[in-house]
Write a protein that binds this ligand. Structure first.
Ligand SMILES: [Zn+2]
Length: 466
């Protein structure tokens, strides 16, 4: 056999050109219009040869052009299976196939339906840059090695129902033109959907993400649904990054009954998302902060965005927080507040407002003229979110002022309390003939009372307006 006479379409091919196929063998002859019977015969011989030849490290079906339906149903590939660059003009059935070693489908073109249902990939599988023009069925597939679906195009429906990804799932820069269904799929290791594009609908209902999950930069032009989806929870080290999602033509970004305590939405316009009965990260929020002794009276958990906790953690480790991060967190909080106000979830809306204002206070570029009043406002009424608190301050400080009056004048303590509580009424007359210290105390008392009552009214109004 001389080199010149071998099939020239694919360098690794040792077959002779077939009649009517130019200088190609019938396997590599790039046409759907070829002798299907002869093709099948040659294909089977080629597989048998590669399987039995000890020098062959793989079953080499690279660049093979399948003219009609191809069936590998329930076959066991004991060597690496290479379909790189292959073209399936008809239906491609791999259902029930077991790939004991690596499976390569790089740049493979599936013009008809591709059925990979119930396949077991024991090694890595690589579908990078493949093209699926019809239905791609990966239901109940076991990806025991790394699954790579990078930069590929699903032009039609893609089913990953019940699929299990044991060692990483990579869908980076992949485009889903049709509906993609990941219902009950399990991502047991990392899942990467960075810069993917969802043109129609992606469904992750009841799917499970166990480790680091990345949707950063993903474009959603249709809908993406996470209903009862399992994400890493508060005890985990893994994160779910939904940062900078591009939502230009969004029809729906739905989170229902999902734990979002480790999800980062930095840079994503979450005003457009829908959140229903989701769990957020929380932090203990002492009601009477900052008076430590009064913290015993009650603590409630404040809902926060995950990034706020991360910021604190990094700060504890000695990293100076970056202004950009602080501003991004403030932005997410503001968007979530707008979202929750619109959906009448007042408590969450209030909590995210507190988060937003806290970030304003932590902005390294904010002047003390901004920070000072903000700090005071937080102490008195948690930025107007707590109406009971200014009222409490009013009641708590009255005895202190009363002690002052009692000490500086001849008034009894009881009179002092009455004077303290009523200081600052409209048209109050400043008592004449009193010492200047007492006068000062009355002024301070008046100002404090006016401040507390004003803040109380503002907070109460906000509560009823939401
Ligand atoms: Zn060939």
């Amino acid at each position: 056999m001389t080199t010149e006479s071998e099939c020239t379409t694919y360098q690794g091919c040792t077959l002779l050109p077939d009649e009517g196929c130019g200088d190609a063998c019938i396997l590599h002859y790039d046409s759907a219009d070829k002798d299907a019977v002869l093709f099948q015969e040659r294909l089977e011989a080629k597989i048998k040869h590669d399987e039995s030849d000890l020098n062959m490290g793989e079953i080499d079906l690279k660049f093979v052009v399948f003219p009609v339906d191809a069936s590998f149903t329930d076959k066991v590939f004991t060597k690496r299976a290479s379909f790189t660059g292959a073209q399936f003009h008809g239906w491609a059935s791999f259902t029930g196939v077991q790939f004991n070693c690596r499976a390569n489908f790089l740049r493979t073109k599936f013009s008809g339906e591709a059925d990979f249902s119930n396949v077991i990939f024991q090694g890595a599988s690589d579908f990078s840059a493949a093209e699926f023009y019809s239905v791609a069925d990966f239901t109940f597939v076991q990806f025991q090695g790394t699954a790579r679906f990078e930069r590929l195009e699903f032009y039609s429906v893609a089913h990953f129902w019940g699929a299990e990804f044991h060692d990483g799932a990579n869908f980076v820069i992949t485009q889903f033109h049709g509906v993609v269904d990941f219902t009950t799929a399990k991502f047991l290791s990392e899942a990467n959907f960075r810069i993917a594009k969802i043109n129609s609908e992606a469904n992750f209902t009841d799917a499970e993400f166990h480790e680091e999950t990345n949707f950063t930069g993903t474009t959603i032009e249709g809908t993406m649904r996470f209903h009862s989806t399992e994400f890493p929870n508060e005890g985990s080290d893994s994160r779910v990054l939904m940062q900078r999602l591009r939502l230009s033509n969004l029809q729906g970004l739905d989170f229902e009954s999902v734990n979002l305590s480790r999800v980062s939405f930095l840079g994503t316009d979450v005003t457009q998302a829908r959140f229903l009965s989701c769990d957020w990260a929380t932090r203990a929020h002492p009601i009477f902060w900052p008076i430590p002794i009064l913290q015993w009276f009650g603590k409630r958990k404040r809902v926060v965005v995950f990034d706020e906790l991360m910021l604190d953690e990094r700060e504890k480790e000695g990293h100076e927080p970056e202004r950009r991060d602080i501003l991004l967190i403030a932005e997410v909080c503001r968007r979530l507040r707008v979202n929750f106000e619109a959906s009448r979830q007042e408590i969450e809306a209030g909590d995210f407002f507190i988060g937003q204002m806290d970030m304003r206070q932590r902005d390294p570029k904010a002047s003390n003229f901004t920070k000072g009043p903000l700090f005071l406002y937080r102490v008195i009424a948690i930025y107007g979110e707590a109406y009971f608190r200014p009222f409490l301050w009013y009641l708590l400080l009255a005895p202190l002022f009363a002690v002052g009056y009692w000490w500086l004048s001849t008034a009894t303590f009881g009179d002092g309390v009455f004077a303290a509580l009523t200081a600052g009424r409209l048209f109050t007359e400043i008592p004449t003939g009193i010492e200047s210290w007492e006068k000062l105390l009355v002024y301070v008392n008046m100002l404090a009372n006016i401040l507390f009552i004003t803040v109380f009214v503002v907070a109460l109004r906000r509560r009823f307006h939401r």
